[in-house]
Design a protein around this ligand. Structure first.
Ligand code: ATP
Ligand code: MG
Length: 305
């Protein structure tokens, strides 16, 4: 298959748990070699979608096709070709780094010289050489994360699915982790990642924004920003409260205002003029603004049907 083939496709994918619709008629396509980011507030359906894509959970309606395999009908074929890593990292804490790698290599059917060679490649790639004999339970959060990623890609999966891979690690480890992802994508690995960090979402080729199980916006970070009918201004007053008071007495119809350091960050409809304010500067929209904007939108669907 070529780059730009669609490797993950869902059509009207739906999952209900009793009255709750966790995933609601989700249709998406992810091309090979892309980094696709799922964002959305807690409970918006990201992990449930991932579980259906991995063949771990049967859809109530609709379907997911991964690398040509229907995930409900051929889950074993799907599992062979994907690497999956969850926030909990799924490592054996009483085994060393090497023993964890060796265990997962065995699960993926690697043996003999090929197994040894691949484990060494992973140790090099994930910078684990000094931690070979350390127990996984004793590793720092960042090293655990690299070891878990190493375990997830031992079998050179065509698709890597990462559910909140950075939620438990420090900013340096997060950055190191995100530096690795484009390298994997350049080698044609397709990556589906969920995150609550908007600076991470900025690094994705495509972002899908989920709300109440529905996709309410999708596109590159630039496209999402360009299409948004809002703009941002920054108000810098003696105190953020003074800025908020001026904003509130101005009569300006704003969508949201939040304090950032000593400044007030305000989202306005594009048509609204802030000219009446005593002191403001226009600012670029951030992914955080996009999140806040979409999170306040109605998905138009009632969650419990
Ligand atoms: N096994 C289950 N049984 C019942 N309800 C479930 C189950 N799994 C998920 N849900 C519900 O489905 C909805 C979607 O949950 P999901 O875990 O997919 O959200 P999420 O976007 O991954 O959230 P988070 O950002 O907190 O990880 C939530 O309302 C959740 O409570
Ligand atoms: Mg989740």
């Amino acid at each position: 298959m070529n780059k730009n083939d669609i490797v993950i496709e869902t059509k009207n994918l739906t999952c209900r748990f009793g009255n709750i619709i966790a995933v609601d008629n989700l249709s998406l396509q992810i091309p090979r070699g892309f980094i696709y980011g799922f964002i959305g507030s807690n409970g918006s359906g990201k992990s449930t979608t991932i579980r259906m894509l991995c063949g771990l959970l049967r859809p109530t309606e609709g379907q997911a096709v991964v690398l040509g395999y229907n995930t409900a009908l051929e889950p074993e074929n799907v599992k062979k070709h994907i690497g999956y890593m969850s926030q909990k990292f799924s490592l054996y804490h009483d085994l060393t780094s090497m023993e964890n790698l060796s265990f997962y290599a065995g699960l993926y059917g690697l043996t003999g010289a090929a197994k040894i060679r691949r484990i060494e490649e992973i140790i090099e790639l994930m910078q684990l050489s000094e931690k070979r004999t350390s127990l996984a339970g004793d590793l720092s959060g960042g090293t655990k994360q690299r070891l878990a990623l190493g375990c997830a890609i031992l079998h050179n999966p065509e698709i890597l699915i990462l559910d909140e891979p950075t939620s438990a690690v420090d900013p340096t480890s997060r950055r190191m982790f995100w530096n690795m992802l484009p390298k994997l994508a350049q080698e044609n690995t397709t990556i589906l990642v969920t995150t609550h960090f908007m600076d991470e979402a900025e690094h994705c080729d495509i972002i899908g924004f989920l709300k109440n199980g529905c996709m309410i916006a999708e596109g590159s970070p630039k496209k999402l920003k360009d299409e948004l009918p809002i703009k941002t201004i920054i108000m810098e007053y003696e105190t953020p409260l003074a800025a908020l008071q001026d904003l509130n007495t101005s009569g300006i119809n704003y969508l949201d205002a939040y304090v950032f350091g000593q400044k007030l960050h305000v989202l306005l409809p594009k048509s609204e003029s802030p000219g009446i304010l005593k002191n403001y500067m226009p600012a670029d929209l951030t992914m955080e603004d996009i999140f806040v904007y979409y999170d306040k939108q109605q998905s138009g669907k009632d969650k419990s049907k």
